[in-house]
Write a protein that binds this ligand. Structure first.
Ligand code: SAM
Length: 240
């Protein structure tokens, strides 16, 4: 999968390529990350990329032409069809379902705003969708782009080893939160590992984990239960 990031600070996102899960996906040839700086496409000695907003008011607005040229260069760099996403607090809120959908695409171009944002005409003409990472305002789209890249990368086939498979994670196919996890030592001043996890009885362990996941979801995120895929046994546990 190919990611192109349009940003005034492309090196910010490029750092992802050297670390952790995204780095590993890159090493395994599962994704490539390319940065495009609109300033490199701006005209004039000052390579200006922003200007004052029409109608007055504070802040600056990112200008159409440098962004458009950067987008055109990114599109032209690879023949695979690209979906252009503008990271914006006004977009659809990102969730795991959306991440799964994005992970099926061959290419994403992620457009990062700064200042007051991007000239609306560019959004109307060039952007396929707007995505928000939450109801708060960041000072730039780079952190949001990094969130999208990381969340998608871990779903690409071959990024995670079996031992860390994403299937068990929160918001997985069953729509529940994950169960709690423990590691050595068994005994600690902060408590003991639940006995069942030491039993070696795989069926009991699986049942306990399911109960925990159901219980946590019910306590912390009951809204998720409406859409979770639950068996009759799960429902009986919840109603008990
Ligand atoms: N004036 C804009 C508004 O209120 O909708 C906010 C602009 S914000 C200071 C600058 C840039 O940060 C945006 O263009 C966008 O790319 C990014 N950004 C801010 N909050 C975001 C969020 N919650 N999700 C995704 N991107 C965000």
């Amino acid at each position: 999968m190919r990611f192109d990031v349009i940003s005034l600070f492309p090196e910010f996102v490029a750092q992802l390529a050297g670390h952790g899960v995204v780095g590993r996906a890159g090493e395994r040839g599962l994704l490539t990350l390319h940065g495009w700086n609109p300033r490199d496409f701006a005209e004039g000695n000052y390579r200006r990329v922003d200007d004052r907003p029409f109608g007055g008011g504070p802040g600056m607005v990112m200008m159409i032409d440098p962004l458009r040229a950067a987008l055109a260069a990114a599109r032209a760099a690879d023949p695979a069809p690209a979906r252009v996403i503008y990271l914006s607090p006004q977009g659809q809120r990102l969730d795991q379902r959306k991440v799964r959908e994005l992970a099926t695409r061959p290419r994403l171009i992620l457009l990062c705003g700064r200042y007051e944002g991007v000239d609306e005409r560019l959004i109307q003409a060039e952007v396929d969708e707007e995505l928000s990472i939450g109801d708060y305002v960041l000072s730039g789209g780079e952190l949001a782009a990094a969130v999208v890249i990381d969340a998608v990368a871990r779903l690409l086939d071959g990024t995670l080893g079996d031992a860390e498979s994403a299937g068990q994670d929160s918001f997985g196919e069953d729509g529940l939160l994950d169960c709690p996890h423990y590691t050595r030592p068994v005994e600690h001043a902060l408590g003991r590992v639940p006995e069942v996890l030491l039993s070696g009885d795989h069926a009991r362990i699986a049942r306990w984990r399911r109960q925990q996941a159901l219980g946590r979801t019910w306590l912390r995120r009951p809204d998720l239960l409406d859409e979770a895929s639950l068996s009759a046994q799960d429902r009986a546990l919840l109603e008990a």
